[in-house]
Design a protein around this ligand. Structure first.
Ligand SMILES: *Cc1c(COP(=O)(O)O)cnc(C)c1O
Length: 380
């Protein structure tokens, strides 16, 4: 078994209980037994989303839910406002284009966050915007967007509010009903700490009205089919679901309930603060502006004179700690430390101990223990 410590913004470490759940026998996915498991799992999913509305599980990674959201509400030619400040904002835009809607891009500098006022201005400029897409936690840059405050703005417009909480749900504050989010999507392998391969989505009545008014441009991801099958007796999915992964996410969601969602978010906030403190203690620089920095992943500028293979390679090969690199133009320029899912002081202590040693080995004149020390001080 590979013992490498995954400090990634997904996939994250999965609890043994969750892995064990996946070894349960496969049942008929058209049976009452499965219907019960599916119902209980989606009900728990709605609790974590903080919505009274139903949730649906899709077999596919987080991107499947992003595509389900857009393909279910787009009629070719529609105008969609895409907030683009990183890789995942871009993905929403690419999906928008793929389904032949017109993307209006609200460009945000990578490392910064959109403001509610920018959203307001963009919506005032064009009354025909049918929906906006926003990534709550832009994993590629380590930036968190103010989804609550933007929700207040969205109250004054008919445009649907579509939010990607793939790398925040279960780790940062998401309250679908209170924030007025019309379509919220997430994935299994990030803060929920389940294995990769499942996505979840929830829609409000307003969103369903739009869904009912369009012909989906996707066969597999047509949300009307998920609603119909989900309301059947027994409740089902339209196509064969990944039964084992549903056992796994069911167990992972139960763990979240046992920990308490608020406690879990506080744990993530502590980990984020500790990580930023340790990064700074080692003399490294944060990539995003600190006031908009993520609760679940920290992006760090690659120190001068060090390459990505040197830094992440040493971490991986010598110390068995896996960090994430940068994407697109940030490749080689940043590295990212994921602290989502089941991360505690323990994993951070190991990570920063290894990072201190790595930097020392690469010729930095530092005390390799200052990062770990900052972690300890952040936790007492
Ligand atoms: C990981 C992630 C996704 C989905 O990526 P998949 O590889 O399809 O799971 C979408 N949005 C954000 C913000 C993510 O971090």
């Amino acid at each position: 078994m590979d013992e490498t410590l995954l400090m990634l913004p997904g996939p994250t470490k999965v609890a043994p209980r969750v892995l064990k759940a996946m070894s349960d026998n496969i049942v008929n996915h058209r049976s009452a037994i499965f219907g019960e498991i599916y119902t209980e799992t989606t009900e728990l999913m709605s609790e974590i989303f903080k919505t009274e509305n139903k949730s649906y599980l899709l077999t596919g990674s987080g991107t499947a839910a992003m595509e389900a959201a857009l393909s279910s509400i787009i009629t070719p030619g529609d105008k969609i406002l895409n907030v683009v400040g990183g890789k995942f904002g871009q993905r929403f835009q690419q999906i928008t284009n793929m389904h032949k809607a017109e993307s209006k891009e609200l460009t945000i500098e990578w490392g910064d966050s959109v403001t509610p006022n920018q959203i307001k201005e963009a919506l005032d400029e064009d009354e025909e915007i049918k929906a906006i897409t926003l990534v709550h936690n832009e994993t590629s840059t380590g930036v968190s967007a103010p989804i609550k405050e933007i929700g207040k703005i969205m109250d004054n417009y008919d445009a649907l509010y579509i939010v990607d909480t793939v790398s925040s749900l279960g780790g940062d504050r998401v309250d679908v009903d209170k924030y007025g989010i019309d379509i919220c999507v997430t994935g299994s392998q990030k803060c929920l700490a389940a294995p990769p391969g499942l996505a979840a989505i929830t829609l409000t009545d307003d969103a369903w009205k739009v869904v009912d008014s369009v012909d989906s441009t996707s066969y597999y991801l047509d949300m009307k089919k998920y609603r119909k099958s989900g309301a059947g007796t027994p409740p089902e999915t339209p196509y064969t679901p990944s039964v084992s992964l549903i056992y796994a996410i069911f167990e992972a969601l139960k763990i979240i309930k046992e920990e308490g969602l608020d406690n879990r978010i506080t744990r993530h906030e502590t980990a984020a603060k500790a990580t930023r403190n340790a990064v700074k203690a080692l003399g490294l620089e944060l990539f995003p502006k600190e006031e908009v920095s993520s609760t679940t992943v920290t992006a760090v500028k690659m120190p001068e004179g060090v390459t990505d293979p040197q830094l992440r390679g040493t971490m991986r090969n010598e110390y068995k700690v896996e960090l994430a690199g940068g994407q697109d133009h940030l490749k080689g320029n940043i590295f990212r430390i994921g602290h989502m899912g089941n991360i505690t002081y323990k994993e951070l202590a190991i990570t920063f101990s290894a990072l201190g040693m790595t930097l020392k080995k690469l010729g930095f004149d530092i005390d390799p223990g200052v990062g770990v020390s900052a972690i300890s001080n952040s936790y007492i």
